[in-house]
Design a protein around this ligand. Sequence first.
Ligand code: FAD
Length: 520
Amino acid sequence: MAKDYDVIIIGGGHNGLTCAAYLARAGLGVMVLERREIVGGACTTEELIPGYKFPACAYHCHMLQDKVIEDLELRKHGFDVYPLDPVRFLPFPDGSYINLWRDTDRLIEDIARISTRDAEAFPRWDRFWERAAGLIQAYVLSPPPRLGQLFEKARGTPDEEVLETMLTRTMKDLVQDHFESEQVQGAFIGATEAGDPSVPGSILARAYFHIDRFSNPVNMGLVKGSMGVITQAMARSAQSQGATIRTDAQVDKVMVERGKAIGVVLVDGEEVRSSIVVSNADPKRTFLDLVDPQHLDDHFLGRVKRLKTEFSSLKLHCALSGLPDFSRYLGEGFDPKMLAMVKICPSVEYFERNVADARNGRFTHSPQMYIQIPTVYDDTLAPPGHHVMSAWMQIQPVKLAEGSWDDVHQEVFDILMDTLSIYAPGVRDLVEKWELMTPLDIERRVGLTDGNIRQLDTIPQQFFDQRPLAGWANYQTPIHGLYLCGGGTHPGGEVTGAPGHNAAHAILRSLKLEEAYPAD
Ligand SMILES: Cc1cc2nc3c(=O)[nH]c(=O)nc-3n(C[C@H](O)[C@H](O)[C@H](O)COP(=O)(O)OP(=O)(O)OC[C@H]3O[C@@H](n4cnc5c(N)ncnc54)[C@H](O)[C@@H]3O)c2cc1C
C-alpha cells in the first residue's frame, strides 16, 4: 500500500522534534504525531494556574547541545535564555549558605566562609568532574562507546583513574574524601536515579549531568518564556523544513508486516503509513504498549520489562503573592535574582534519609528540594508583583507502600511548606494556589513510564552502549524500520537534543543519505 510519509515520529517531545527537524532538513517527508494537545513532552510551558505560567516538568536549560541550537536555528525560532549567576543559592538551617557562582574563585570564597579546608579541596573536586564529564561529552553526539573502548583510550592517562573511580567508588566516598563540613558535603552530594549515593556507579550517574560545563554559557540558564519556548522553537524549525506536526494524535500501535514497521494506527483507528517509524516514547512504552508482543521475542521482551525505572520525581507548582523571604541569609533588600534557583539539602545524612524513605515507599520528611522562581528574571510568567515558584524533588518511590499518590497531595504539600519555612519563614502565607505533580501525575501527563523523568534510570547498566539495552544502543530495534529517539537512548535524558540528533544520524546512515545531511 502507498506510504503517506517517509518517516512517522511517535511523540513530539524535544527529541522527537529534534529528530524530525534533522530528517526534514535532509529532504525526508516527516510526520510527528503527538498524543497531547501541545508538543514538548517533559519540556513545556503551561498555565497550570490561571494567570501563571510554569515549566511543568523540566525547568533548567543546561545541557541543550550547542550544535543542536545552531543546526536547528533555535534562536531564530524564538529560543533565548537569561544566563544565571549564581547558578544556585544553597541555604543551610544554621544560617550559613553557599552561592554556586560561575567564577570559581568567588565560589571558593563562599565555601571558605564555612570551611577553609573545603575551600582548598574544591579545585581538586572540580578537576575530577572536568575529566569525568569530559569522558562522557566526547560521545554525546556520536554513537555510544563500549566501556572497554573507554578504558583503552584512557590507559596511561589521568583519565584512567577517573574512569575507575566513576565505576567502582560511590558519591558518598567522593564527597567525604574531598569535604569535611556537613554543609559543603550536602551541597555536592547527589546520585540522580542511581538513587543511593552509597552505591558504586553513583558517580557515573552524576558525571552525565556535569557535561553542562561544556555548554556555551549563553545557552544555559532560565529560558525566556520558560522551557516550552525550546520545544516551540524546535517545532517551528522542523516545520520550516517541511515536517508536519499533529497534536491530539495518540498512536495506539505500530503496524508491522513481515518483521518491518510500515506505519502506525491511531487510537481512533486511523492508519498512517511510512517507510520508517521512530518512537520518542520511552523504551518500555514503545515495546510493551505500542508494539504487539507477537512481533518481539520473549527474551527481548523480558529484558525490556527488567529495564530499571525505579526512582521518580515529584514537582510542586505555586502561584505566589510575593517573594519568599531569605533575608536571614542575604540581608534586607537582597537582589531577588539570587533566588532564581535554590537548593535545599543540608547534609549527606539528610540526603540518605530521603533515599531510605523512597526505598521504603514513603514520601520523605527530608526532601531535597530544587526550587526555581523564574519570575525574578522573567516577569511575563505571572501578574505584576506576583511570582511562580516550582520545586522539584528527586528520588521518590514510583509507588507508595501504602495508599496511592493521589491520596497524599495535601500531606506532601504540608511537608514541603514546613521544610521550606525553615529557610524562608512565612512562605506558606504567600501561596495563593498550588498544584502537585506526583510520579503518577507525571506518568499520566507526559506518558513517561513510572514517571521516570529520563525515560530510564541513569545507571551504569543503562548507559553508553547499554542504553536502552546492550546490542540495541544504535537507535534501531528488532523490528526493521522501527527506531527509538528519546531520552531512553544514548546519551540519556535531560533536555539535550542529543538522542534526537543521533537517531536522525543513524536513520540517514541506514538510508545512505549522510551526504544529504547538511550539518556534517
Ligand atoms: C519533573 C521533571 C523535571 C525535569 N527537570 C529537568 C531540568 O530541569 N532540565 C532538564 O534538562 N531536564 C529535566 N527533566 C528531564 C527532561 O525533561 C526529559 O529527560 C526530556 O524532556 C525527555 O525528552 P524526550 O523528548 O526524550 O521525551 P519526552 O519528553 O518524554 O517526550 C515523549 C513524547 O512522546 C509522546 N508520546 C508518548 N506516547 C505517545 C503515543 N502513543 N502517541 C503519540 N505521542 C506519544 C508524549 O506525550 C511526549 O510528548 C525533567 C523531567 C521531569 C519530568
